[in-house]
Design a protein around this ligand. Structure first.
Ligand code: JFZ
Length: 463
């Protein structure tokens, strides 16, 4: 081959490589098409029902203890609770080396638990980015011996495991930045800050990074909207909405931006008493903390978690359940065990959860006790826990938590029920059923055939 041909050939190869690299990059950065409607945008969320929340950051190293003293409150707030100066807290980064972190193991656990989406802290109030940020060196890639981007690994693992992937991002509180909200032990109080300087130089560019380098992001979970939740400051929230819409129009925004998002976030661990219309989610803990705390071992049981999941779905919402991995990168074993137990129940009974609608009844949820008042002077709501109902077209799913003796008795059934069977019974063998007007009776065996909750399916016509 003469020299000129070789040169032109290698130029062509180089050009082809450039083109294919550009195509690959484009595939990564071209925003997915905007959803056709709000219903289309919300579709996956309405079907998913159950997600994994992960609070992971430098706070998992002190794990609830500072200088030998236990610090009260949620683990990820330790910097604030103990008023740790930035210069001291920053030093945790040099110790952070979670070598046991295994993105596939985390995604596998979420999948085993029957969860459909995963939301992880990309930056919590402490200001430390858990990904390789170009905006601030205060991040897990540049400031730790770990020198990896675990969120990139997790995004890829979620894609492999068929899980949607989303980010928590503390847009307002940033205790590491002089102008971020919240740190008044190193820096001036909020009103004295140049908050927009912080938003423009860190929060907004970091949110842009998260929406460009990590594939499709199902949702962004903003939180504690200090200095951006009044009519005069709402414009700040709008700037985040504009960023999200321009980069990934399909990404949902939670209910804590300060400006209305795509769905409502309930108070932490707060399950409403009754059916709530619209799209909403309950963020909740497995123990009492979000970030890992070595002394918090007060775990909710699989029975309690299953009840709460069914309770929430029967009221129309989603359940986002949290784990707090350790400084080694391991999800506490009790968290794993309890979530997998829920997952085993879902393997059998998932039809009654994923994509299911709320109860058409309501009396089964409980009732106010008019003889007792809460601190707001309202009657105390007494929750009933015998059973819950979820729905799909033509089907009522009765989830039984306290097994009745002899039969299941239901009042106010506005449907003509044609058949009853256990969801766990693949043969759908009919249970003895009688209906008198709106009263339905289903004969039951002495003992519950299922664990945690037994689901009876009532097939009906009409409505
Ligand atoms: C916030 C954070 O401060 C906390 O660290 C954690 O990330 C949690 C999920 O969210 O805490 C809140 C925010 C809002 C309410 C309660 C706790 N609320 O509205 O009831």
């Amino acid at each position: 081959m003469n020299c000129r041909i070789a040169q032109s050939l290698s130029l062509k190869i180089a050009a082809a490589a450039l083109v294919s690299a550009a195509v690959a990059l484009q595939a990564q950065t071209t925003p997915p098409a905007a959803p056709e409607s709000q219903d289309a945008k919300m579709k996956w969320f309405r079907e998913a029902k159950f997600g994994l929340f992960i609070h992971w950051g430098l706070y998992c190293i002190p794990a609830g203890e500072w200088k030998g003293q236990p610090i009260a409150g949620i683990g990820e707030w330790i910097m604030n609770r103990a008023k740790i100066p930035v210069k001291e807290y920053e030093q945790l980064a040099s110790q952070f080396n979670p070598v046991k972190f295994d993105a596939d193991a985390w995604a596998q656990m979420a999948q085993d638990a029957g969860m459909k989406y995963l939301v992880i802290t990309s930056k919590h109030h402490d200001g430390f980015a858990m990904y390789h940020s170009q905006v601030s060196k205060y991040n897990i890639y540049d400031a730790t011996p770990f020198h990896r981007d675990p969120l990139k690994e997790l995004a890829a693992a979620c894609a492999r495991h068929g899980l949607k992937f989303g980010f928590y991002y503390s847009q307002s509180q940033d205790w590491h930045e002089p102008n971020g909200a919240g740190n008044n032990w190193d820096f001036p109080a909020n009103p004295q800050k140049d908050f927009d300087q912080y938003l423009r130089s860190k929060a907004e560019p970091q949110v842009k990074e998260l929406l460009t380098g990590y594939g499709p992001i199902c949702l962004i979970w903003f939180d504690t909207p200090q200095m951006m939740n009044t009519p005069e400051t709402k414009e700040r929230g709008q700037r985040f909405i504009d960023i999200v819409k321009s980069l990934q129009p399909a990404t949902l925004i939670d209910g804590r931006l300060g400006t209305a998002g795509d769905y409502v976030s309930m108070g932490d661990n707060r399950i409403p008493d009754a059916v709530v219309k619209g799209d909403w989610e309950v963020p909740a803990t497995l123990n009492h903390t979000w970030g890992f705390k070595k002394d918090d071992t007060d775990w909710k049981t699989p029975a309690d978690l299953t009840f709460k999941l069914v309770d929430i779905v029967s009221k129309g919402g989603n359940y986002l359940l949290n784990v707090g991995p350790t400084s080694e990168g391991v999800i506490p074993q009790a968290s794993q065990d309890n979530l997998r137990a829920v997952g085993r129940w879902l393997k059998v009974n998932g039809e009654a959860i994923y994509g299911a609608g709320p109860t058409p009844f309501g009396d089964e949820l409980g009732a106010p006790d008019n003889t007792r008042q809460d601190k707001n002077g309202k009657p105390v709501f007494v929750q009933a826990t015998d059973w819950r109902c979820t729905t799909k077209p033509g089907k009522l799913y009765i989830h039984i938590f306290h097994w009745p003796s002899g039969s299941l008795e239901l009042a106010k059934v506005n449907y003509k029920v044609s058949k009853a069977y256990f969801l766990a019974d693949a043969s759908h063998k009919a249970l003895k059923l009688t209906q008198k007007g709106e009263h339905v009776s289903v004969a039951l065996p002495d003992k519950a055939p299922g664990e945690l909750a037994t689901v009876v399916v009532l097939e009906h016509r009409g409505n």
